[in-house]
Design a binder for this molecule. Structure first.
Ligand code: NAD
Ligand code: UDP
Length: 389
């Protein structure tokens, strides 16, 4: 562990250890953030989640160098009176808890809205009432669709960044109609952002809002039938990893034309660390956190993942590596999509001097190496079972 005496913030002031109440610490982002906080900082984490599988390696054995600096609290924040006590004990609360897989937005819209708005309300209230700082995880999805997506297909304005770059303090939030229940998540996240912003304006809440743009890496979601339900539909990285591991074609929803920018989780965690340790620069801000240089269509992502997986597994790809599926078939009624997501980086550059580093190829190589090492054997056994019995 780096000693606290040698670590300084962006203004050259020494960083002293704080206590962080991290809600949703057992998830993908939480597990990487806990890892970083344990290995490189003096901070203490009160880790709140209903699961801890992804942070088990940080919790035991007792001989770990950071023993005593991380405590796991198995709490469902929907209905547990211990939450306020933990927020009071901490200097900072980070709220990551959410239902955040698109397959749920149109099929479980009530759970999605409750999780992303109603369940986050007490967290905001306890922080505000107890004068505690809050870092709240929102999403790039609050931008919805780009302005450009409403222009005629052949309009030259579609190429103009003014019609697609997403800026925290300027871009509108553009969602589809109410029947398009895909937007239940974005709308709930938008309303909690507005509430937090209003708590800041009216009651002086010290807050930072993070809008992640497709953070990906090891431990993201689950592989259906191995460490998650067989019928479950995770986010695209895990869907495509699952297809590659099983030597099935990758499914391109509505032709795979949507565009995304993907960022390596380890780059993104660096940005969150700067927010944690530079409150004066981060408070009162909403930050896009993404990698504008890593833009691809979903089809291009599938092609690149196929090549990278072939390299890391040593297995040639199958003859037809992709297959088209309709969104109705894949996600059901009420699905809709964000067309394009490129983050503007002006605010995070100015406040925190942060920039992402890792190229899409490199981040896929390290992530798919992890997926292959973690799951290839289990998948082989799962595939072999029905034939053997
Ligand atoms: P994740 O699903 O891996 O982690 C969320 C964690 O919250 C899970 O471990 C879950 O068990 C926990 N949780 C949910 N409801 C809870 C409850 N009622 N009580 C206690 N724990 C609960 O997701 P993630 O990718 O780590 O995302 C974290 C946050 O970042 C979410 O708010 C999400 O909306 C946001 N986000 C992430 C991305 C991304 O690229 N990964 C993109 C946009 C937004
Ligand atoms: N997608 C796909 N095939 C899959 C899973 C996802 O084509 O097996 C598409 C999905 O329709 C969307 C994009 O990949 O256009 C990214 O999906 P993800 O689930 O990662 O979440 P999003 O970026 O939409 O929040």
């Amino acid at each position: 562990m780096a000693s606290s005496a040698t670590r300084v913030d962006l203004d050259g002031k020494p960083i002293t250890g704080i206590t962080i109440c991290m809600i949703g610490a057992g998830g993908f982002i939480g597990s990487h953030l806990c890892e970083k906080l344990m290995s490189e900082t003096p901070h203490t984490v009160l880790a709140v989640d209903v699961y801890n599988d992804k942070i088990k390696h940080l919790l035991e054995p007792d001989s770990l160098p950071w023993t005593g600096r991380i405590q796991f609290h198995r709490i469902n924040i929907k209905n547990d009176s211990r939450l306020e006590g933990l927020i009071k004990m901490a200097d900072l609360t980070i709220n990551l808890a959410a239902i955040c897989t698109p397959a749920d937005y149109n099929t479980r819209p009530l759970d999605t809205i409750y999780s992303n708005f109603i369940d986050a309300l007490p967290v905001v209230k306890y922080c505000s009432e107890n004068n505690k700082r809050l870092i709240h995880f929102s999403t790039c999805e609050v931008y919805g669709k780009t302005i450009g997506s409403y222009l005629p297909k052949d309009s030259p304005l579609r190429q103009d960044p003014a019609y697609y770059i997403l800026k925290e303090d300027e871009s509108p939030c553009i969602f589809g109609s109410i029947e398009k229940q895909r937007w239940s998540y974005a709308c709930a996240k938008q309303l909690i952002e507005r509430l937090i912003y209003a708590e800041g304006a009216e009651n002086g809440l010290e807050f930072t809002i993070v809008r992640p743009f497709n953070w990906i890496g090891p431990r993201m979601d689950f592989i259906p039938g191995i460490d998650g339900p067989s019928e479950g539909v995770p986010r695209v990285l895990a869907c495509f990893s699952n297809n590659l591991l099983r030597r099935e074609p990758l499914k391109l929803v509505d032709g795979g034309e949507s565009q995304r920018t993907f960022i390596y989780i380890k780059d993104a965690i660096e940005a969150v660390m700067l927010m944690i340790e530079n409150p004066a620069r981060a408070n009162g801000h909403i930050f896009n956190v993404g990698n504008p240089n890593n833009e691809v269509t979903v089809r291009q992502l599938a092609e690149m993942m196929t090549k990278v997986y072939s390299k890391v597994s040593g297995e040639p790809s199958i003859d037809s590596p992709t297959i088209d599926v309709s969104s109705k078939e894949f996600y059901g009624e009420g699905y809709d999509d964000s067309d394009k997501r490129i983050p503007d980086m002006t605010i995070i550059n100015k406040q925190l001097g942060w920039n992402p580093k890792t190229s899409l190829w490199d981040l896929l190589e390290s992530t798919l190496t992890y997926q292959h090492r973690t799951y290839a054997e289990a998948i082989k056994q799962a595939i072999a079972k029905p034939i053997a019995s």
